[in-house]
Every structure is written in C-alpha cells, then in structure tokens.
Design a protein around this ligand. Structure first.
Ligand SMILES: Cc1cc2nc3c(=O)[nH]c(=O)nc-3n(C[C@H](O)[C@H](O)[C@H](O)COP(=O)(O)OP(=O)(O)OC[C@H]3O[C@@H](n4cnc5c(N)ncnc54)[C@H](O)[C@@H]3O)c2cc1C
Length: 500
C-alpha cells in the first residue's frame, strides 16, 4: 500500500469543494484492499490518531478535510465488481466514480437514479452523504438504493450489513455483530425526524429502524465503507425533457404546484384508463430570474426578462408519449409558459445540454465567489411542503432588501432550494452570514431541517445543534461512541470536538 507524507503529495487531500481553509494531515494512505484499511484503523485507534476518509472531495461542507492525523483515500478501491442486469443489482468498491457506474449500468440496460449534479463524486462518498439530486423527486435519495454495505469499523473489524438484517422497533435494544464475532450494542435514537422530503442533518432514524440506514449519511464518522451493494432499476425507454420559461413568478409557482400534485397522485393511484401515460415528472428544478442571468454568461441563448424557469423530465414510451405531451401541454398553457422561448427535447444530446445548463449554475457561482475572493454562503435547508411558498417569499424579500448579489435555484419539487449569497467584500460577507442564520432559524421554526442534501460536515455543526437540541445530539453521540470509542473517525464532522 502506498503512503505519502510530503506536503506536495498531500496538498490535494487537504481541501474539498467547500474551500474551507486550514486542512492539514501527517500521512496519506492509498489502500487497495479492505484488509489494508483494517490495518490502518487498528494502528490509528491504538494510538488515538484521527482518521479522515477521503472520497472525490466534491463535498461542500468540509467533511473530507483533515485537521491532523491520517487521511485514507478510497480512490484505488475502484472496481465495479458486478452488474447483474437480470436481478438489477450492482456490487462495487467505494472509489468508483458515480458517472462511471451510471455509464456501466446504462450499457447493461439498467439504471442507477441518484444524480447529485456533480458526477465526479465517488459512490462511497454518495453513500456516506446519502446524496440526492434533481431526480430524487421521483426516485428518492441514495438510501433507497443501498441494499448491502461492508464497513471497516474504527477498531479495525469488519461489519457486513444487509437491508432487513438488523431491524429494530421502538425501545428494542440494537446489537450489531462484526465478522470477528464482536457484539456492538447501540441505543436506537428516540428523536423524530422533520417531516420534509429530504434531510441529511444528523444520523437517520425511523420506526422501525433498519441499522443499515445509520451508516448511510453518517459522513465518515461511523466507519469506512469498503463495498456497496446497490439496487438498480430498469432503464427508462424514453424521456421528454424541457426548460420552460415564465414571465410571472406566480405562474411558475402554480405550474410547480400542479405538476407536483399530479405526479404524486398519479404515482400513488395510476389512473386505470391512462395506460401508463399519466403525467409523472422525474425531476422539477427551479431557476430564479437572477440565476438565469448568471447562466446566460455561459448559455447566451437564455431568454431575457424572465421571472424564472423550470427544468422538468418525464419518462415516456412509444405508446405513451403522445398522451404525455398533451398532458404537459395542457399544463404549459394553463400556467402561461412562454412556449415560443422554451426548450424541449427527446434526444439524449439535447438533454445533456440541459443538464449542462443546470450544472453551469453552481459552477459559475463558485467561480464568481473565488473571483470576489469571498466564500459562497449557500443554503441547503428544506421545509415541509405546506410551508414552502411562505419560506421562499421570506427569503426573497430579505435578500432583495439586503442588496447583496444572490441566486436561488434547485430542487423545487422536493421543497428544497439553494439560495446562494455572493458577497463582494467583508462587510457584505458579514451581513450574508447574518441572513443565513436568520434563514436557518426560520427553517427550524417551520419544522424543517438545516441540511437537505450537502450534510453537516465541519461547517454546519452549530446549526445541527440548534435543530436537534442537546438531548438528541447526545443520543447521536452515544451511537458514535459505541462504534468509535476513541472518536478517531471523521473528527470534527457532525459533532464539535468538545463532545469527544
Ligand atoms: C457543483 C456541485 C454540485 C453538487 N450538487 C449536489 C447535489 O445536488 N446533491 C448532493 O447530495 N450533493 C451535491 N454536491 C455535493 C457532493 O457532490 C456530494 O456530497 C457527494 O456525495 C460527495 O462525494 P465525494 O466522493 O466527493 O465525497 P467527499 O467529498 O470526499 O466526502 C464526503 C463525506 O463522505 C465521507 N466519505 C467519503 N467516502 C467515504 C467512504 N467510502 N466511507 C465512509 N465515509 C466516506 C467523507 O469523510 C466526507 O465526510 C455537489 C457538489 C458540487 C461541487
């Protein structure tokens, strides 16, 4: 196994997409097997050396940034072990790049839905963050597809866990058995998670509770994921996609509301006479007027003077496409879509361009903040459906009043938007942080969560504290302690070091 200690070799492993400064480490390990990872952890645990797990470092909350100790990079555990198209399953090592898995699945005629916009991430990273994205509107987050995990625990032993293997109900003690035979008793959490469509704020809980879900979204704090078993789906036969533009915000919001309502209703009770051709969006993504101006720097064909746009996708087949076009057209007309200037496609090439349009926004935002020599202040909260319109209005009004540059975009189908504040100087940066704090407080007050998809990492710990409160945070810490008694893994992620 290769290890590195020179600063120039470590440099790339000291930062991630958060650009959080100050990362440092003593040693980088590039293991090629799970046994090597066990060895590293046994030694680190014995000497109480902190260990940071590094995926592709596309995370935006500093989760993969080390502050001392060892870094384990998973990049050399990058084999797709199997794609079984008959049973629609895949087994892979964690360092496989998500785009490579998606391409390999597609070549076999199957489909892996999680789509966190940034396809250069590793599959292990997406499991550790329970990544989600635009298509989560129909397909849910990464959690929905994880069937089996192999994990190296902090003390070096291995836990293999299948969905359904360790399921516990209210009040029952939870006991995991490592491959070595070691038994690990955990106290299941008692907190109730907010009633939102997406949430990666703290350890998962549900009733009944499947212990595999504890590791999904645990942000490198409970073990190193060294093998992943996934469930796949049949590849959609066709897709109808569009980016539709609106002159009025009210029209846009009523379009979103109706397309969501129809999608949920038709998914739950498919109309018997529709022959599979009932409207059911797989993604509904939002761009506000400012986001469109931003994107027009890279896509000059973006229409001017629009209040906003929606990017949608609908699965089709030869038999259903005509009726589906009709159903969507009715919605476009009813909600005053500017049809002339909107874009529609059924081809993969144009769809890629639409995805590139969507991807261009966070990338351009990141470039702008770097140019301004400031940090992006980006929200990632979600609120319950019935609170969403009011929350968006609250954010827009406060941002407009601030005169700070901003864009709002994201997963409107899941009531989860990113408001990105782009301060130009220190004074604006201070006010942006203050506004961010107000949004967090408002989201918590409305029964929402502080992070819907990017995670807590090192940057959002205090907001998790505010959301969970001391009692429930302590329940999470007890779980952490049972699995990692010396708090070596992902130190600084999720919990403040004062809890060690
Ligand atoms: C432009 C842009 C857009 C993005 N859009 C989205 C989006 O729409 N939705 C979304 O969910 N995310 C999004 N992200 C965030 C990011 O892509 C995801 O969080 C991704 O899942 C991280 O994967 P990674 O391999 O880069 O992990 P890293 O950033 O390397 O690590 C993330 C966390 O997971 C831990 N970790 C990594 N690998 C393992 C492992 N094998 N075992 C245990 N712990 C591990 C790390 O310690 C760290 O805490 C976006 C990022 C960018 C830059």
């Amino acid at each position: 196994m290769q290890t590195k200690t020179q600063l120039e070799d470590l440099q790339n492993y000291l930062t991630d997409a958060s650009n959080m400064p100050g990362g440092h480490a003593e040693r980088l390990f590039l293991p090629e097997t799970a046994d090597e990872i066990s060895e590293i952890l046994r030694e680190a645990n014995g000497r109480k050396i902190p260990v940071t797990i590094s995926g592709a470092r596309t995370g935006t909350v500093g989760g993969a940034i080390p502050f001392g100790g060892y870094v384990i990079s998973l990049e050399r555990l990058d084999r797709i072990i199997e794609i079984d198209k008959e049973n629609k399953t895949a087994v892979l090592e964690p360092g496989v790049i998500l785009a490579d898995l998606q391409k390999a699945a597609e070549a076999e005629g199957v489909f892996y839905p999680p789509d966190p916009t940034e396809w250069s991430c590793q599959v292990g990273g997406t499991v550790a963050t329970n990544a989600s994205g635009s298509r989560s509107f129909k397909y849910g987050s990464t959690r929905n597809y994880v069937e089996r995990l192999k994990i190296v625990l902090a003390e070096g032993d291995v836990l293999e866990i299948r969905r359904g293997e360790y399921v516990f109900d209210d009040g029952e003690p939870l006991e995991l058995v490592a491959k070595s035979g070691r038994r690990i008793a955990l106290k299941p959490p008692s907190y109730v998670r907010p009633n939102v469509r997406k949430n990666v704020s703290g350890y998962f809980n549900a009733h009944p509770f499947d212990a595999i879900d504890l590791f999904i979204g645990s942000e490198g704090t409970l073990g190193v994921i060294v093998e992943v078993g996934l469930r796949l789906l049949e590849k959609p036969k066709g897709l109808f996609s569009g980016i539709v533009f609106f002159e009025e915000s009210d029209d846009l919001l009523s379009f979103v509301e109706e397309s969501k309502r129809l999608s949920f209703e038709n998914r739950k009770n498919p109309p018997a006479d529709a022959g599979g051709s009932a409207l059911d969006a797989s993604l509904i993504e939002y761009f506000d007027d400012r986001a469109l101006k931003f994107i027009s720097e890279k896509f000059p064909e973006t229409p001017d003077y629009m209040a906003g746009a929606i990017f949608f996708e609908q699965e089709t087949t030869e038999e259903t496409e005509d009726r589906l076009f009709e159903a969507w057209n009715e919605l476009f007309e009813k909600h005053n879509v500017d049809i002339e200037r909107s874009w529609f496609t059924m081809t993969e090439q144009d769809r890629e361009r639409m995805r590139a349009f969507r991807h261009a926004l966070p990338v351009s935002v990141n470039e702008r903040v770097v140019r301004n020599k400031q940090k992006k202040i980006g929200t990632d909260m979600a609120v319950p459906d019935e609170r969403f319109a009011g929350f968006l209005k609250y954010q827009k009004e406060m941002l407009d009043a601030s005169a700070i540059d901003y864009v709002i975009f994201g997963h409107i189908g899941d009531c989860h938007l990113h408001a990105n504040l782009l301060p130009k100087n220190e004074e604006e940066a201070g006010r942006s942080r203050h506004i961010y704090g107000r949004f967090i407080a408002q989201a918590i007050m409305l029964g929402g969560c502080v992070s819907a998809e990017h995670g807590i990492g090192k940057l959002k710990r205090k907001y998790l504290n505010a959301m969970m409160g001391e009692r429930y945070l302590n329940e999470m810490i007890e779980i952490k302690r049972a699995l990692d008694p010396n708090f070596i893994l992902g130190r600084g992620n999720v919990f403040d070091s004062k809890y060690m």
